[in-house]
Design a protein around this ligand. Structure first.
Ligand SMILES: Cc1cc2nc3c(=O)[nH]c(=O)nc-3n(C[C@H](O)[C@H](O)[C@H](O)COP(=O)(O)OP(=O)(O)OC[C@H]3O[C@@H](n4cnc5c(N)ncnc54)[C@H](O)[C@@H]3O)c2cc1C
Length: 458
């Protein structure tokens, strides 16, 4: 039976902010990005430094209370908030120290992707995270990081040079290719299983501007298959995220487009503006664009402003496929059309390039050679609606599935089989061995959990 926690004592034990259920700001602090998650932690500790992190880990170990680790709060299953346990929240650790000449940065993990992008941009530098600015660098990086610069520079972890990690025994470890190489391998894709990363050392790239933004095209089987084929053939500077959906009533869209099937593509050319325009031309020629907001922009503008207090509710499924040709595009259109959700969507991310040049076993992210990442999702207004849209999602998944591989950062709470789908064969075995070494009691278990080796069969 877990012991209770003394909030008053905790306040004297740590430098950071301690937020209990009776404190102002508790509700805001316990609310994750996704809606419909209503968990009440015993305490939230906004840690101020590594010593605080070690202290909170020790308290979790001593009390047996469940420990949630939170950076940006965007966990899809809401794993960064515990019901009755402790939330270790890194939001107050947001320092960033940029070596502009050396093109590197040490960044604390409470930063969000857009905060990092803005700081690096002051020096004309950039690093790829995901497609959303408010995502925390702690969660996205430990899972891999697939974003707008993926084909050019690889995953976020491919630019990770080192990290500081506080492990379950409370030790603060400097982890890199020479020091604790197994742990360095595991935190590049293995998620939050191995400790709390308090800062990352990243390589940065000279990238003051990109050609990027949204291109909205009518969706037909030909435009979808054509878009994917061109995204595969495009130079590596070009990364795309193509969402096939019914056009929402966005203010910049003509009324007659609302509800029509569209490709809502978010694109980014990480290079010279003129060359970017040339690369974009065949995409623009697929059909008369309904909206075209692609233009040269400073890199941070790839993250548009987000609505305060937006907490979407959704069900989703992630997988990889080798091809989206005309038959797959037809299937996609059929299912998106039949969705009764506020938004039914199929998202295609063409990979390859720098992601695929790293061997599958070089990091815990093991699906390097996969061609296209697919996310299928239904977004709806009320959490109770989930059941209504599940059969639709399952049918869509069955129709497009080519195998079982998955990306850990887009998993919901789907059980061990799906976690294993992110970590095939030898990757899983190595992760379990490393877990047993660094977290033998599975203190870090509120995550896409990798069990310590001996519990593997359980
Ligand atoms: C709107 C949206 C868009 C997204 N887009 C992309 C995308 O384009 N590309 C992509 O790759 N992913 C994307 N994701 C997935 C995202 O990478 C994961 O949800 C990620 O875990 C979020 O990180 P976070 O720090 O915000 O989340 P949190 O909820 O704070 O953390 C999630 C989990 O990560 C672990 N974790 C967090 N911080 C640390 C840390 N400092 N040390 C160790 N473990 C830690 C913990 O296990 C925690 O439970 C998106 C998610 C959302 C909601």
């Amino acid at each position: 039976m877990p012991e209770t926690i003394s909030i008053d004592k905790l306040r004297t034990d740590v430098r950071g902010r301690v937020i209990g259920p009776d404190d102002p700001g508790y509700d805001e602090a316990r609310t994750p990005f996704y809606g419909g998650i209503d968990r009440r932690p015993a305490v939230i500790v906004r840690v101020a430094d590594d010593a605080d992190v070690a202290r909170v880990i020790a308290i979790a170990r001593e009390t047996g209370l469940e420990l949630a680790v939170r950076s940006g709060g965007h966990s899809i299953p809401g794993y960064s908030v515990s019901d009755g346990g402790i939330v270790l929240d890194l939001a107050d650790m947001r320092a960033i120290d940029i070596d502009a000449d050396g093109r590197t940065a040490w960044a604390e993990t409470g930063l969000t992707a857009v905060e990092f992008a803005n700081a690096a941009h002051e020096h004309g530098l950039a690093l790829g995270f995901g497609d959303t600015g408010s995502v925390g660098i702690g969660g996205i990086t430990t899972g891999g990081g697939v974003g707008y610069l993926a084909r050019k520079y690889g995953l976020t972890i491919d630019d990770m040079l080192a990290a500081d990690v506080v492990t379950a025994d409370g030790e603060v470890r400097r982890v890199d290719a020479e020091n604790e190489p197994d742990l360095f391998w595991a935190i590049r894709g293995g998620g939050g299983n191995f400790g709390v990363a308090t800062r990352f050392h990243f390589r940065l790239h000279d990238l003051p501007s990109v050609v990027g933004g949204m291109l909205l095209l009518p969706a037909t089987a030909q435009t979808i298959a054509g878009f994917v084929a061109q995204a595969e053939a495009a130079p590596e500077e070009f990364s795309t995220i193509a969402n096939v959906t019914k056009a929402p009533p966005m203010p910049f869209l003509p009324e007659e487009a609302h509800g029509k099937l569209v490709i809502m593509a978010l694109v980014c050319f990480a290079g010279d503006a003129e060359e970017g325009e040339r690369v974009l031309a065949p995409f623009r020629a697929l059909a008369q664009p309904i909206a075209d907001m692609v233009r040269p922009i400073p890199y941070p503008e790839i993250y548009p402003p987000e609505e305060e207090g937006y907490h979407p509710t959704a069900i989703a499924h992630n997988m990889f496929v080798e091809a989206i040709g005309v038959p797959e595009a037809e299937t996609t259109l059929e299912h998106v059309q039949s969705s009764t959700a506020m938004m039914g969507v199929a998202q295609f991310r063409v990979l390859g390039g720098a992601v695929a040049r790293v061997p599958n076993d070089a990091t815990a992210y093991a699906h390097r050679d996969r061609s296209i990442m697919v996310n299928l999702a239904a977004l709806y207004a009320e959490p109770e609606e989930a059941e209504t849209h599940l059969p639709w999602l399952r049918g869509f998944v069955d129709a497009l599935r080519q195998d079982d591989a998955a990306y850990v950062n887009f998993l919901a709470d789907e059980g061990r089989g799906r976690i294993r789908a992110a970590y095939p064969g030898a990757t899983w075995d190595r992760l379990c061995e490393i877990k047993a070494r660094y977290d033998p009691t599975n203190l870090f278990r509120l995550n896409q959990n990798i069990p310590p080796a001996e519990d593997r069969a359980a």
